[in-house]
Design a protein around this ligand. Structure first.
Ligand code: SAM
Length: 223
């Protein structure tokens, strides 16, 4: 018999203790990720670039710009503990298509456990051209959470050009930032740049920039 004085939601909750356990475990995993992140930030603040992992709203905003129907690998730079990776999978990208390049060895171990079918590469994302020289097909998107402002403009632009070189035509280079300006300098005009609305639900609020190579269409227009 249902408890006379207890609200029905409480009664249902009490009869499904596994739900509480699942909720508690999810919270525990979230706190553990935050602790890992904080430690990484204390050890290497410039490299980690954030005190917390990205929230779900920002991760979804990043993933929104990847079209899962376009074939080819999706390259993620600086996946950290994997919130954007999760959003990419939820968007419909098969785990096998993911190539994750992460500098922090502890994060790499975690990523291998969490995404066993993805290719996890421990290394420097700024060497993307050399690291991914063996990519079998062009990437359909490059998704980056790298703290770009810690590097000189020329190095950021080199990264963008190397990413375009290993991607298919019109593939997006997707980057989030907490800053109010574009993390890629917009003085050069050989790529297009679009920005998302600010994601206020993230801590701190952030926005996503999407860059696409224009050189290809210029070349075609010239033919
Ligand atoms: C701002 S955190 C973002 C982590 C995660 N994508 C998220 O959104 O929560 C930046 C991540 O990039 C990694 N990182 C920084 N510089 C890197 C580099 N040169 N090559 C590869 N990973 C790098 C850091 O270790 C960290 O995991």
């Amino acid at each position: 018999m249902l408890g006379q004085n207890r609200p029905i939601s409480r009664v249902i909750e009490a009869r499904r203790p596994h739900r509480r356990i699942v909720k508690a475990l999810a919270l525990d995993a979230k706190f553990q990720d935050e602790a890992r992140f904080l430690k990484s930030w204390f050890d290497k603040p410039l490299m980690t670039g954030a005190v917390y992992p990205s929230g779900k709203a920002l991760a979804r905003m990043m993933a929104r710009y990847v079209d899962p129907s376009v074939p080819g690998p999706v390259v993620e730079l600086g996946p950290g503990t994997g919130p954007v990776t999760e959003a990419l999978i939820a968007r419909g990208i098969a785990e096998e298509r993911l190539v994750l390049i992460e500098f922090n060895p502890d994060f790499c171990k975690l990523l291998k456990k969490r995404f066993p079918k993805a290719r996890v590469i421990e290394g420097d994302a700024y060497g993307i051209g050399a690291t991914l020289h063996d990519l079998k097909e062009p990437a359909c998107a490059v998704v980056s959470s790298l703290p770009l402002f810690t590097r000189p403009e020329q190095q950021r632009l080199r990264l963008l050009r190397e990413a375009f070189a290993l991607s298919c035509e019109n593939a997006p280079f997707i980057q989030f930032t907490y800053a109010t300006v574009s993390p890629m300098p917009l003085k050069t005009h050989d790529f297009s740049a679009d920005k998302s609305p600010r994601v206020w639900l993230n801590l701190p609020p952030a926005r996503v920039w999407v860059y696409r190579d224009r050189a290809v269409s210029y070349a075609q227009a010239a033919e």
